[in-house]
Design a protein around this ligand. Structure first.
Ligand code: GLY
Length: 295
């Protein structure tokens, strides 16, 4: 643990997806992000680990039908649900990810259980078999689906946390892309695309058009920019890179210095963040957040 990080304390940021938030739905998005933030924050405040904080925050988002992850997922082109999730530990560079799962109540927790195991990514039946062997929670696939009038019901949730030990973790979870090709996997469970964490640099979690994020390896690009730039500038560079292929994104960041940043090219992006020395705040658009980098 470096003195710099220890003196700055913990930090956490969560998001509820880069998307159009239907009129009148801003408050439930902000409130849902604040509840998830509180779940992660409770762990960080008591000296707990970043990985556990990220898992707790993402579980709260997976429980909230406002968001397309866990309970609140959408139907693919075959009318069934396929969930993806991943978590990365910036201390060890361990990654756990699941893709195309249909019966897992909390995909992020199964991904977290994989952090001590060799596989980085398990799909479909293999991931569900792993969950059965490791005490995963199961549910009926149909129980996860929420039909939303006027809401595209797509995209991802995520969290990045820095703990008092100086460790950083990042996580993602998605209920898929409405009407997508069966078996399609987006950026969310892919390190370097939807998330990455490395204590030496920071942690990032992304949301948006999965194919564009994969084609630009946008999480890896963002991490590379963070080696030289503060979060807001690194996010701007990453969004510039995305223009090469088109598509929308939302990005959340905590760097190794404990600076928090976020940005998006989507119409809206619900986010909540807090640091040891800064109260929790929630927004649905970057322009509402006056404190650049919370420096
Ligand atoms: N960003 C989520 C997905 O494209 O699957």
């Amino acid at each position: 643990m470096s003195e710099t990080v220890a003196s700055r304390g913990w930090a956490i940021i969560v998001h509820g997806g880069a998307k159009d938030i239907p009129p009148g739905q801003e408050d439930v998005h902000r409130d849902g992000c604040l509840r998830a933030l509180a779940a992660g924050r409770a762990i960080l405040e008591t000296g707990g680990h970043a990985v556990d904080a990220v898992e707790a925050a993402v579980r709260a988002l997976e429980d909230d039908p406002t968001f397309n992850a866990g309970y609140g997922a959408v139907r693919n082109g075959d009318g069934v649900v396929e969930l993806d999730a991943a978590i990365m530990d910036g201390a060890s560079l361990a990654v756990g990810g699941v893709a195309g799962v249909r019966t897992l109540r909390h995909p992020i927790s199964v991904a977290a259980a994989m952090l001590d195991e060799t596989p980085v990514l398990l799909v479909a039946d293999g991931a569900e078999a792993f969950a059965r062997a490791h005490g995963g929670e199961f549910c009926e696939p149909a129980d996860l689906i929420i039909e939303r009038a006027g809401d595209p019901g797509c995209d991802t949730v995520g969290c990045v946390a820095l703990d008092r030990h100086g460790d950083i973790a990042a996580g993602t979870s998605t209920g898929g892309l409405s009407g997508c090709h069966p078996g399609r996997v987006g950026d969310s469970p892919l390190p370097g695309c939807g998330l990455y964490a490395d204590n030496a640099v920071g942690g990032v979690s992304l949301s948006g058009d999965g194919e564009s994020l994969i084609r630009t390896t946008l999480a890896a690009r963002l991490m590379q920019s963070l080696e030289a730039l503060p979060p807001d500038a690194a996010i701007k560079a990453a969004l510039g890179r995305l223009e090469k292929v088109g598509g929308e994104a939302g990005l959340i960041v905590i760097d190794a210095e404990g600076r928090v940043g976020w940005g998006h090219s989507s119409a809206q992006f619900a986010v909540a963040h807090a640091r040891q020395d800064t109260p929790a705040k929630a927004f649905t658009h970057r322009s509402q957040d006056a404190e650049k980098d919370l420096a």
